[in-house]
Design a protein around this ligand. Sequence first.
Ligand code: GUN
Length: 285
Amino acid sequence: MAKIIDGKKIAASIRSDCKIRVEKLKDESGVTPGLAVILIGEDPASSVYVRNKIEACKAVGIKSSSYRHDADITTDELVVLIEKLNIDPEVHGILVQLPLPPHIDMERVLETISIDKDVDGFHLYNVGGLVVGKMVFSPCTPYGVVKMLESENIPVEGQNVVIVGASNIVGKPMALMLMARDATVSICHAKTRDLAQFTILADILVVAAGVPNLIIPQMVKTGAVVIDVGINRLPNGSLQGDVDFEGVSKKASYITPVPGGVGPMTVTMLLVNTIEAAERHAVQK
Ligand code: GUN
């Protein structure tokens, strides 16, 4: 039976470090880390994620401010809001919750965020930095996965890593971060033929496809480490990952549950990035 990687527990331990860092920063430089969260429209999942982020900030002493706008806001209006936040000395991190309504020019919005405040790591500078190892901030979900592997002392160097899902938010940055740690990385996606032919080779399998129960035991090598990034809400309201947890946990050496796996780590790494942004700001003051 696989060991369950308890994301809640790892997140709680990092969050208690966050609290200490925030207190130290306040004491030593009078700076309170500030995060601005922008939510456009009424997407129910986004509303839940934003609420979680704001509550997590509060719990560690980060001052969050939220900006909610109707879905009919224009790209220009959103750009003006971000430009204001870019020069606000009390705001150290800016997060625009995705997805944005289709009429908004997402690339222009993300490119407007100051790279020093881009705590999601979605600005082109940070994306490019991931390629050459010079980013300011790592994207929160893959960063959280790296921290989970570290926390369990799971080696990455020389391992076969297979990532299912090639999104800009998870799959692509995940691949780059694990390549930077000398893994041999394959990326699969919706058009990949015979997915199992790849997944069966994985020492570490990271699944971020958004398809419930996509990964079944026959697709997993005995002893593999299986990281499930999927969060799918089923019609009965329950949450389900991309991995058949029951079946695969009999074959894997480590597995992450949903909920309680990668989810709490994503929010935690946002806190870490925000505190880091504030610490850098305090040094420059
Ligand atoms: N939507 C889904 N995941 C994320 C994330 O990590 N950051 C933001 N801003 N939006 C998201």
